[in-house]
Design a protein around this ligand. Structure first.
Ligand code: PLP
Length: 374
């Protein structure tokens, strides 16, 4: 079945009592026991499971073609639960331009707990191989990376990981299961900030892990989810499931618009660089084309001059909203270094754009008039 069909039907079943086509929101935190002590509704207490979360988890597993999924209260809560399933002294390899929030989890939140992390330039798989140690347990891949849109060769990383007996996880937030299929490329886990494209309207905070196999790792992370309770509320599960129904159409349109916009920006003399893997001159273009079916709705640019010129460009835009995050209906632009804060590796003249669902010609016109202000 095609992903558009799965996205509409996954997790949805008309309620057998009321025949609702759109699922109800189950706010109850607790569920009645039968006289014999069993739970005929299938749920005990909402930290452990809830009907809306169960629907969402089923749908997300189907989206990524995984065996099972676990939903969390944010993308970072999902990543944290996976890292917590490792032991103190274990070692993780991540990209040197990994999402800032993931590096904070590895360095600060879990660094003091004894988890070790190395950061390498993942554009070359040899760097991943060189960083392996006997303690390495996980290779964390983010491709395209945030915010530089570097591409890692997922198949090559999986091959290295398999030889070393190490797990692979892909942060698939930017690509989404429409454009990139990490589990089918051999990875063990696909992670999502469902806050972004999957829910798609900038009104939900949620995250998920999808597992290729329902084995001991899944059980361990599920136990962490249950014990810690970093779970999305029934309403957030409901909103995410609603957003999921349209995500393939939204992401396809956003990806096509981003390609058009990147090609326009690529010709502008006021810019020092345009980072978008759909541009044939992008160093990761060939690998991206081999492992993605589209290049996504995110791009970043570097403005000639520096931060002041970047701020001037942003201030002159009328359709792009100055805000962090991505994957919603509104196009957003942000000065990434100031959002990341101290220790950022992001160049000061870099602006990150999330292309929304406006017509690309209108967005190009807006960028054109703002560029002329420089
Ligand atoms: C690539 C990537 N991974 C993870 C996250 C974290 O997601 P959340 O904000 O839902 O915790 C983000 C958020 O921007 C992201 O862009």
């Amino acid at each position: 079945m095609k992903i558009e069909t799965l996205a509409v039907h996954a997790g949805h079943r008309p309620d057998l009592g009321t025949r609702d086509v759109t699922p109800a929101i189950h706010l109850s935190t607790t569920f009645e026991r039968a006289e014999d002590g069993t739970f005929p509704g299938g749920h005990i207490y909402s930290r452990q499971s809830n009907p809306n979360r169960a629907m969402l988890e089923q749908a997300l597993a189907l989206m990524e073609n995984g065996a099972a999924s676990l939903a969390f209260s944010s993308g970072n809560a999902a990543s944290l639960a996976l890292f917590q399933a490792l032991a103190p002294g274990d070692h993780v390899i991540a990209g040197e331009d990994v999402f800032y929030g993931t590096a904070v989890l590895l360095n600060q939140t879990l660094g003091s707990w004894g988890l070790k992390a190395s950061y390498v330039d993942m554009r070359d798989p040899a760097n991943v191989e060189r960083a392996l140690t006997p303690a390495t347990k996980l290779i964390w891949i983010e491709s395209p990376s945030n915010p530089l849109l570097n591409i890692a060769d997922i198949r090559a990383a999986v091959e290295i990981a398999r030889k070393a007996g190490v797990l692979t996880a892909v942060d698939n937030t930017w690509a989404t299961p429409l454009l990139q299929r990490p589990l089918e490329l051999g990875c063990d886990i696909a992670m999502h900030s469902a806050t972004k494209y999957l829910s798609g309207h900038s009104d939900v905070l949620a995250g998920a892990l999808v597992f290729r196999e329902r084995g001991p790792l899944f059980d361990k992370v599920k136990a962490i989810q249950h014990a810690g309770g970093a779970v999305p509320s029934p309403f957030e599960c409901w909103l995410t499931l609603r957003g999921l129904q349209t995500f393939p159409y939204r992401v396809r349109a956003q990806s096509q618009s981003a390609q058009k916009i990147a090609e326009f920006l690529n010709k502008q003399p006021q810019l020092e660089a345009v980072h978008y893997p759909g541009l044939t001159r992008h160093p990761g273009h060939k690998i991206a084309a081999a492992q993605m079916s589209g290049f996504g709705g995110m791009l970043s640019i570097q403005v000639k001059g520096g931060q002041p010129e970047g701020f001037k460009l942003v201030a002159a835009l009328k359709l792009f909203t100055r805000a962090t995050s991505l994957g919603g209906t509104h196009s957003l632009i942000e000065h990434r270094a100031s959002v990341e804060g101290p220790g950022t590796r992001t160049p000061q003249n870099l602006l990150r754009l999330s292309i929304g669902l406006e017509h690309p010609d209108d967005l190009i016109e807006d960028l054109d008039q703002a560029l002329k202000e420089l």
